[in-house]
Design a protein around this ligand. Structure first.
Ligand SMILES: Cc1cc2nc3c(=O)[nH]c(=O)nc-3n(C[C@H](O)[C@H](O)[C@H](O)COP(=O)(O)O)c2cc1C
Length: 197
């Protein structure tokens, strides 16, 4: 099923609970990274490199280095059975560049949207025990560990909503375990308008 872009963007939420037993094929992970491969890159330097994992044992080890949903104070992250079934670790190749500019953000967007197009979902993780992850995956010092993108078939409902009257941007879960993500209004974020006559 092909979604119009706007629907794809709405569907592209940060999913943190998955059907862990629904594995993601290696070819799918490679297809997703291949989309990131052709993303825009400052100076076309293409300093980003990747490690992919859909291996259960490796996934378990990667999971232990990640921090989940800082605003959900009573939640330690996904339980067994609801954990990601694959990971893409994004690395910066320091031999190519020491300043990755917006490349990681653009590439991660390509990755997440590609996942959504395939009926999957993901979460960007920046809070990582990088030392531990480097050891686990035996990552050479020439690579900077930038982000981990957790992937799987989503097992949660996420809704977007407007900020409340207090302007609180913290996401939260309601009693039905639906995850709510407040977004600022268009009026708030367009801070200048130079309008055609
Ligand atoms: C650069 C970046 C780093 C993030 N790091 C984490 C993280 O370490 N742990 C986590 O659970 N979510 C992380 N997130 C997900 C954000 O919490 C999420 O994007 C935000 O709550 C908005 O939800 P949405 O992605 O569904 O719009 C990160 C997102 C971005 C863009």
């Amino acid at each position: 099923m092909k979604l119009p872009l706007r629907d794809l963007f709405k569907e592209n939420r940060s999913y943190r609970r998955f059907y862990e037993d629904k594995s993601i094929k290696t070819e799918i992970l490679e297809e997703i990274v291949d989309n990131a491969r052709i993303a825009n890159s400052a100076g076309n330097k293409q300093p980003l490199k990747y490690i992919i994992s859909n291996n259960r044992e490796t996934n378990e080890k990667i999971f232990l280095t990640l921090s989940w949903a800082a605003y959900l104070k009573d939640w330690e992250g996904p339980e067994r059975g609801e954990r990601p079934s694959a990971y893409i670790v994004m690395l910066g190749d320091k031999k190519i560049s020491s300043n990755y500019l917006a490349d990681p953000g653009i590439a991660m967007t390509y990755i997440l949207l590609s996942a959504v197009e395939k009926g999957l979902g993901g979460c960007i993780i920046a809070t990582i025990d990088r030392k531990k992850l480097r050891e686990i995956l035996n990552i050479a010092e020439e690579y900077e560990i930038l982000y981990v993108i957790a992937l799987g078939e989503p097992k949660e409902t996420i809704v977007l909503e407007d900020l409340n009257e207090n302007g609180d941007i913290k996401y939260y879960r309601d009693d039905e375990q639906i995850h709510h993500v407040p977004k600022r209004s268009l009026q708030e974020i367009i801070v200048g308008r130079y309008i055609a006559e």
